[in-house]
Design a protein around this ligand. Sequence first.
Ligand SMILES: Cc1cc2nc3c(=O)[nH]c(=O)nc-3n(C[C@H](O)[C@H](O)[C@H](O)COP(=O)(O)OP(=O)(O)OC[C@H]3O[C@@H](n4cnc5c(N)ncnc54)[C@H](O)[C@@H]3O)c2cc1C
Length: 408
Amino acid sequence: MKIAIIGAGAAGLMAGITAKRLNKNLHIDIFDINSGIGKKILASGNGRCNISNTTVTKENFIGENPSFVSYALQQFDFKAFEKFCKSIGLLLDIKETCKVYPLSNEAKSVVTLLEGSIKSLGINLILETRVEDIIKVEDKFVVKSSDKEFKDYDKVLISSGLKAAPQLNATEDGMNIAEKFGHSLNPTYPSLVGLHTDFAYNNKMQGVKKEAEVTLYIDGQKENAIQGDVLFTKYGVSGFAILDISQYAVYPLSLYQDVQIAINLFPKINRNELLSMCENLFKNLPDEKTVLLLTGIVSNKLAPILLDVCHIDKESYAKNINAKQIRGLVNTLINWRFKITDTQGFKHAEASGGGVRTDEVDSKTYQSKKCKGLYLAGEVLDVVGHRGGYNLQYAWASGFVVGKSLTK
Ligand SMILES: Cc1cc2nc3c(=O)[nH]c(=O)nc-3n(C[C@H](O)[C@H](O)[C@H](O)COP(=O)(O)OP(=O)(O)OC[C@H]3O[C@@H](n4cnc5c(N)ncnc54)[C@H](O)[C@@H]3O)c2cc1C
């Protein structure tokens, strides 16, 4: 049997290795645009590769039907992944946070060992080849690049991901090819990405980082709240809490809904406590400039901006500030509202939301319900995971399940 796999990323490589291990007689060709395999694995986790997570469930995924991932995650849980890693010689470092990294602390090890396994199994890599189309002629598939046709495939797996990080040659080709086979698509959007705000002081706040709680409001309704680092940037906000909240903010934004975040700069102090801290500070040091006292509470860069936002004179002294103004300052510190206007885009996103609709793919075999012999796995499907190794774990798990069914 002859199999074509489009995309040498986590899902495609896992599928190829799994299938070939089960049946040495399979002829497997893995196509990729790039000159090397696993470019996104290499870029992941800032080159360290947050390769998996020990506690992965459907709750860690977003999409039209997050339950779609359950079967693959059960069939190929973290223990199964760890066993697979050992089988290719990759040892893992499991952190207390449940995040998993290669013991070498380098994504390069992961790709080198996967490549070693691909080569020793006799899987063909057809690199620097962009698959532009796939057609079915009777019961065989033809894979087409711009200048060549690769024929006689009994089965084809599309595991070519989506558009996050186009600088790594990420494309939506797979999704578009699936559409030609009758699949419907949910619109794609950047996920795990920095957010633009319409705040006039962005340039001045640039570089300030603070552990905070970020609450998301869509059309005025509270949607979600996440704690973590917030980094103020020249375009708006980034940092882990923002990347996480972006997973819920970007799609409504693409629908032109009103998207706002509220940042609580002091999530671990309750409002009344913070209020009395500020009141005491202002009372005890009445002859100090207000802006100076605020630098004891927030970053130097934020203090004058806070005063502007609260319409308090920057030249004022603590003794000039009344109780209402202090309450206003505290309210801003714990509920600083920003309107989200845009995102940093696919170029800076770690993942893509949207993709091929999962109800048109069998969750147990990953075979298309629209075309026999066509399979889809990994990020090309409308499934996107939280930050923390979930996206890669899903790519491995769906790759494993589809790899098994490709042999049947
Ligand atoms: C900067 C960055 C950091 C990340 N960090 C993490 C992390 O630490 N942990 C985590 O879990 N996830 C992380 N992710 C997400 C994770 O890398 C992806 O979700 C995962 O790699 C998806 O795997 P995949 O095999 O489905 O697709 P991909 O890895 O995207 O693989 C698809 C392959 O298909 C190829 N391709 C595309 N179009 C074509 C075509 N027309 N013809 C031939 N080949 C084609 C691409 O070159 C690519 O090699 C990160 C992503 C980015 C961009």
